[in-house]
Design a protein. Structure first.
Lengths: 183, 320, 454
C-alpha cells in the first residue's frame, strides 16, 4: 500500500510540474496577444507567426493539465442520484473504469497520437505559405503527451482510491489538497 | 459505403456543392458500387488534417483543394493555383498532357494519396479594401488577411499579412483592425456579405487565377477499385471540370452588379504598374521557394517550360 | 446481426446517460462509453484500426488548431482574475445595494451582471464560472433557496453565448455561410428579451414566495454614507473591462479572439492598480483558471471521441431517419426541427448539435415558405437565431448541460446537482416561452438588422 502511495505521489507530481508550465503559459499568451495587438496598431510589427503562436500556446494550455486536474478532483461529476450508490462501490467503479477503460483508451490515443506527430515530423510539416511557424510536430506532440499525462494522473487517482478502500487508516481522500504551486 | 470528407460546405455553390454532385454521379454511373457518403467540413476531421487522414486511409476520400496540403508539400500550390498562373486551357493542357499530373503523382506517391482534378474555380477577386489603393506606397504597413504564397508576395510589397480565421477576419475588416482581406469571387463574396465590411473590390485576382478542385482518394482504396470503376470516377471528374467551368463563368456578373447597385461597392482594376509590382515580388518568392524545396523547383521548371512553348501556340492559334 | 448494429447508436446513447448518473467525472464516463463501443464497433467491422488515427486528428484539429477557441482560456483567465482581485464581487455588491428595494434584488443583480458580462465575453464557461464563484455563496448566505440561486446563476451566465460577441454565432454563420455581422445584430434583441424575461421571472418568484428569495436587510447609516462612491468605483472597473474588450473590437484594434487577451491583460492591470494582485493572487488565479480550462477541454476532447464512434455506428442516420419518416408542411417542419434541437439539447452540447443538425436543416429551410409571416430573404437569419436561442437552452437542460457542469464544477459542494437541476427547470420554461414569442413575432429578430444594416 505504501508503494501505491509513493507511486501515486510521483505520478501526480509529474502532472503538476507540467501543469505549472501550462499555467504559466496563460500569462505568456496574454502578453503575446498584447504584443501582437499593440505592435500591429502602433509599431507595425509583422504578426503572422505571432498569430499562429497564439493558437499553439492555447493548445498547450488547453490539453496539458487534464491529469493534474484529475488529481485535484477538478473534473465535474453529476451527483443527482449518486447518494443512493454506496460510497465504496462508487470508488471501485471509478477504479475499474480508470484501469479497464480510460487508461487503455488513452494508451491507444497516445500511440496513434505519437504516429500523428511523427508523420508531421517526417514530412517536415509547417504552416501554409511558410510565413507562420515551422515544425508543426512540436504542437502535434501535445496530443500524445496529453494522453500520457492524463493516464498518469488517472493512475495516480486510482492508486490512491485503492489505498482509501483497502487501508482507510493511511489515507482518507483519494484526491490531493495542495494547489499548483504547493511544495 | 465509403466516407468522403469535403473541405467546403454543401451550402457553397461552385466550391462545396460540386463535391456532392460528383459523388451522386459516381454512384449513379457505377450502379452504386462506388458509394461515397459526403460529409460537411469538420464532421470526420478538420480541414487541416484531411490530407493526413486520407493518406493513412482513416478517411477514404476528400473533396479537396490540394493547395491546403502546402504545409506538408510546399510545391502543392503550383498544381492547384498560384500567382500569375495560367488560364483553364493552358493549365489543363499542362496537367493532363504536359506532365503536370505525372509529376504530382510522383511527388505525392510517398503519401499514398491519389489526386484526380475534379472541378475548376474561376479567377478570384484580388480582395476587399477599406480604402482605395493607388500605388505600392499605399500598401506600406496596411494589414491584410492573406493565406499561402500570395501572403509572401504581399509581404514583399510592404503589406503586413495576417493569419486570422475567417470569422475573425470579417469582424476585423468591419472594425478596421485590418484594412483588407482576400476571399473568393463575386458570387461567393456576395453570399458571405463582404460588401458590409469594405467598399473597394479589386480585380483581377493575380494571386489566384484559375484554381483546380480535386477529388483525393487513398491510393490503396483507389487501387481496390475495378478498372471500370476507376474509369467512371475519372470521367465523372472530367465532366465536372467542364460543368464547374461553365457554371462559374456564367454566374459572376449578376451578384457583382447587385453589390455595385445596392451596396455602393466600387469595383477597381489594378493598374499595369501595380500588376508589374506584384509580378516582380512573385518572381522573388519563386526564387526563395525554389531554393528551399527541390520539388517546388522541379514543378516550377516544368510548368514554366510548358508555358513558354504554349505561348507560341496560343499566339498562333487564338485571336487576340 | 443487422438488428444489433441498428440498435447500437441507441444503446450507446443510453449507456452515456446511465453512465453520467454514476457520479464518475463526465469525461471519464464519455471515454469509458467510447472505449466500450469502439471495441464493439471494431469487433463488428463498423470501425477499423486505422479509424483510431482520427482520434488524435480530431483532438488536434477540433481543440488545439482552432483559432476561435483561443478566446476560451483567455476569457476564463480574465474571469478568474476578476474574481480573485474582487473586482467582480465589488460590482455585484454595488448592484445588489442599488437593487435592494426590489423583490429578488440580489437575483436581479446577478441577471444584470450576467448581461454585462455577456457583452464582454464570447463564451459561456467564463461568465458562468465567474458568477458561480462570486454570486452563489452570497445568494446562499442571503437565504436564497439553492435551486433558485443556482438556476439564476446558470441562466444569467449563459446569456453570453447569445449576446454578441458570441463564439456560437461565429460557428453557425460559418456552417451556413451567413453574414456574421447581420447574425450578430439579429441575435442582440432576442438576447435582451431573454434577460428581461429572466428578470420578470425572478421578481415574480420573489413576490410570490419570499421564502426562496428573501429581501435584503436595509442598509445601515454607515453603509449608506459611502454608497455613491462605492457604486461608482465598482461599476467603473468592470466598465473598463467591457470597454477594453468591446472597445478594442469596435475601435478596430483587435479581432474578437484577440480581444479576449486584451480583456485578460486589462483584468490583471486593474488588479494591480487596486493593489490586489500580488504573486500569490496571480498564482491562485492561474491555478483556478487552469483547473476550469482542463475541466472544459477534457470534456471537449472526450466528446469528440464519443461523437466519432457514435457517428461510425450510424448515429447520425438514426436521428435523420426519424425526421424523414414524417411528412410535414412548412410550419410542421419548423416546429419539428425546433423540437429536435431542444430534445438533443438534453444530451449533447451545441457544437455536436450544430455540426450534425444545421447542415441537414439548411436545405429544408431553403424550401420552407411561411408566406407573409416572414420574407424569404430573412428566413434563414430568423431561423438561425431561433436555433441559437434553442441551443442556448441546451446549456441549461439536464443531464448534459454545459452551464450546469461549469456551475457545479466551480460550486463544488455548495449546492447539490439535484438542486441545480431543480432550479433550472423554470428558467428553461421561460426560455421556451421566449422562443415561442420569437417564432410568433419574427420582427423582434429582424427589426434591428433592417434598421441598422440597410
Ligand atoms: Na457574448
Ligand atoms: Na443540454
Amino acid at each position: 500500500m505504501l508503494v501505491c502511495l509513493r507511486l501515486a505521489a510521483v505520478l501526480s507530481r509529474l502532472c503538476q510540474v507540467v501543469a505549472m508550465g501550462a499555467g504559466s503559459l496563460l500569462v505568456v499568451l496574454t502578453l503575446v496577444i498584447m504584443y501582437d495587438v499593440i505592435g500591429r496598431n502602433f509599431i507595425s510589427t509583422g504578426s503572422y507567426a505571432l498569430q499562429e503562436l497564439q493558437w499553439h500556446l492555447h493548445g498547450a494550455i488547453a490539453v496539458l493539465a487534464f491529469g493534474y486536474a484529475y488529481t485535484r478532483d477538478a473534473h465535474v461529476r453529476i451527483d443527482v442520484v449518486g447518494h443512493k450508490i454506496p460510497p465504496r462501490l462508487k470508488l471501485w467503479l471509478e477504479v475499474a473504469a480508470i484501469l479497464c477503460l480510460v487508461i487503455p483508451f488513452l494508451m491507444v490515443l497516445a500511440w496513434y497520437g505519437y504516429e500523428f506527430a511523427e508523420r508531421a515530423f517526417v514530412r517536415g510539416e509547417g504552416s501554409r505559405g511558410g510565413l507562420g511557424l515551422p515544425n508543426r510536430w512540436i504542437i502535434k506532440s501535445a496530443v500524445p503527451v496529453s494522453a500520457i499525462l492524463t493516464s498518469l494522473g488517472a493512475l495516480s487517482v486510482a492508486l490512491r482510491m485503492i489505498v482509501v478502500l483497502r487501508r482507510p487508516d493511511l489515507l482518507d481522500s483519494p484526491f490531493e489538497k495542495g494547489d499548483l504551486w504547493t511544495r | 459505403q465509403m466516407q468522403l470528407q469535403s473541405i467546403f460546405p454543401k451550402s457553397l455553390p461552385l466550391l462545396g456543392k460540386p463535391g456532392w454532385d460528383v459523388a451522386d454521379r459516381i454512384r449513379l454511373i457505377t450502379n452504386g458500387s462506388v458509394d461515397f457518403e459526403v460529409q460537411n467540413p469538420g464532421e470526420l476531421v478538420s480541414t487541416g488534417e484531411v490530407w493526413d487522414a486520407v493518406s493513412t486511409g482513416a478517411v477514404e476520400a476528400s473533396w479537396y483543394s490540394i493547395g491546403f496540403a502546402e504545409g506538408v508539400i510546399p510545391s502543392a500550390p503550383l498544381f492547384t493555383t498560384f500567382p500569375f498562373g495560367p488560364d483553364i486551357r493552358e493549365y489543363s493542357a499542362w496537367w493532363y498532357n504536359g506532365g503536370g499530373k505525372e509529376l504530382w503523382a510522383e511527388i505525392t506517391a510517398p503519401h499514398g494519396v491519389t489526386t484526380i482534378h475534379c472541378g475548376v474555380l474561376v479567377p478570384e477577386a484580388s480582395g476587399w479594401f477599406r480604402e482605395p489603393i493607388e500605388s505600392v506606397e499605399d500598401f506600406q504597413g496596411i494589414k491584410m488577411r492573406f493565406f499561402g504564397l500570395g501572403a509572401s508576395v504581399m509581404g514583399k510589397l510592404g503589406v503586413e499579412a495576417q493569419s486570422m480565421g475567417v470569422a475573425d477576419t470579417v469582424t476585423a475588416l468591419n472594425t478596421g483592425a485590418i484594412e483588407a482581406a482576400e476571399f473568393g469571387f463575386p458570387v461567393l463574396d456576395e453570399l458571405l456579405g463582404l460588401y458590409e465590411h469594405a467598399d473597394h473590390y479589386y480585380f483581377p485576382g493575380w494571386h489566384q487565377q484559375t484554381s483546380f478542385l480535386s477529388l483525393i482518394i487513398n491510393t490503396d482504396v483507389w487501387e481496390g477499385f475495378s478498372e471500370s470503376e476507376q474509369a467512371a470516377i475519372e470521367d465523372v471528374c472530367a465532366a465536372s471540370m467542364m460543368r464547374t467551368t461553365a457554371e462559374g463563368e456564367a454566374v459572376q456578373l449578376a451578384p457583382l452588379a447587385k453589390m455595385q447597385a445596392e451596396n455602393d461597392v466600387q469595383v477597381h482594376r489594378w493598374s499595369d504598374e501595380m500588376l508589374d509590382a506584384f509580378r516582380g515580388a512573385w518572381a522573388e518568392v519563386v526564387e526563395e521557394k525554389s531554393a528551399e524545396d527541390a520539388d517546388f523547383k522541379r514543378a516550377w521548371e516544368s510548368i514554366s517550360a510548358f508555358r513558354a512553348s504554349y505561348d507560341e501556340w496560343e499566339s498562333l492559334g487564338y485571336l487576340k | 446481426m443487422d438488428t444489433l448494429i441498428g440498435v447500437l447508436p441507441g444503446l450507446m446513447f443510453v449507456s452515456l446517460v446511465v453512465g453520467l448518473f454514476s457520479t464518475l467525472p463526465v469525461p471519464v464516463v464519455l471515454l469509458s462509453v467510447t472505449a466500450v463501443f469502439a471495441a464493439i464497433a471494431l469487433a463488428l467491422g463498423e470501425m477499423r484500426w486505422v479509424h483510431f488515427s482520427l482520434f488524435p486528428a480530431r483532438m488536434f484539429g477540433g481543440v488545439i488548431d482552432n483559432a476561435v477557441l483561443v478566446a476560451a482560456p483567455m476569457f476564463i483567465f480574465m474571469g478568474v482574475v476578476m474574481e480573485k482581485t474582487a473586482i467582480a464581487e465589488d460590482l455585484l455588491g454595488a448592484l445588489q445595494k442599488v437593487l435592494r428595494r426590489v423583490p429578488g434584488g440580489l437575483a436581479l443583480a446577478v441577471v444584470v451582471m450576467g448581461t454585462i458580462l455577456a457583452a464582454a465575453t464570447g463564451i459561456i464557461g467564463a461568465s458562468v464560472v465567474m458568477l458561480t464563484v462570486m454570486a452563489l455563496p452570497t445568494m446562499l448566505r442571503a437565504g436564497y433557496a439553492p435551486s433558485v440561486a443556482s438556476g439564476t446563476v446558470a441562466s444569467a451566465g449563459t446569456l453570453g453565448i447569445l449576446i454578441p460577441p458570441s463564439v456560437m454565432l461565429v460557428f453557425m454563420s460559418d456552417l451556413l455561410s451567413l453574414n456574421l455581422a447581420k447574425l450578430f445584430v439579429a441575435a442582440f434583441i432576442p438576447g435582451l428579451v431573454l434577460a428581461a424575461a429572466y428578470m420578470a421571472y425572478v421578481t415574480g418568484r420573489a413576490v410570490l414566495s419570499p421564502g426562496t428569495a428573501p429581501p435584503a436587510a436595509p442598509l445601515t447609516a454607515e453603509e449608506r454614507r459611502g454608497l455613491g462612491r462605492e457604486v461608482f468605483v465598482s461599476l467603473a472597473l468592470p466598465l473598463c473591462l467591457i470597454v477594453a474588450v468591446l472597445g478594442s473590437i469596435i475601435g478596430g484594434f483587435a479581432s474578437p479572439t484577440e480581444a479576449s487577451g486584451v480583456g485578460a491583460f486589462a483584468a490583471l492591470a486593474l488588479g494591480l492598480l487596486r493593489g490586489r494582485l500580488g504573486l500569490r493572487v496571480l498564482g491562485e488565479a492561474i491555478d483556478g483558471s487552469l483547473r476550469t480550462i482542463a475541466m472544459l477541454f477534457f470534456i471537449f476532447v472526450a466528446a469528440t471521441a464519443f461523437s466519432f464512434v457514435f457517428r461510425q455506428l450510424g448515429g447520425e442516420h438514426f436521428i435523420v431517419g426519424a425526421a424523414n419518416a414524417l411528412d410535414l408542411g412548412s410550419w410542421g417542419l419548423l416546429v419539428t426541427m425546433m423540437l429536435m434541437v431542444f430534445v438533443m439539447g438534453f444530451f449533447f452540447d451545441w457544437i455536436e448539435i450544430t455540426l450534425i443538425l444545421l447542415p441537414i436543416f439548411a436545405p429544408l429551410v431553403a424550401l420552407m415558405d411561411l408566406g407573409d409571416h416572414i420574407p424569404k430573404a430573412d428566413l434563414i437569419y430568423w431561423f438561425t437565431v431561433l436555433v441559437a436561442v434553442n441551443l442556448q437552452t441546451s446549456f441549461l437542460t439536464p443531464p448534459f448541460g454545459f452551464a450546469l457542469f461549469y456551475l457545479k464544477g466551480a460550486a463544488r459542494d455548495m449546492v447539490s446537482m439535484r438542486a441545480v437541476y431543480r432550479g433550472i427547470i423554470p428558467f428553461v420554461a421561460v426560455q421556451a416561452l421566449v422562443l415561442a414569442l420569437l417564432i410568433w413575432q419574427p420582427d423582434i429578430v429582424m427589426w434591428l438588422p433592417h434598421a441598422v444594416l440597410q
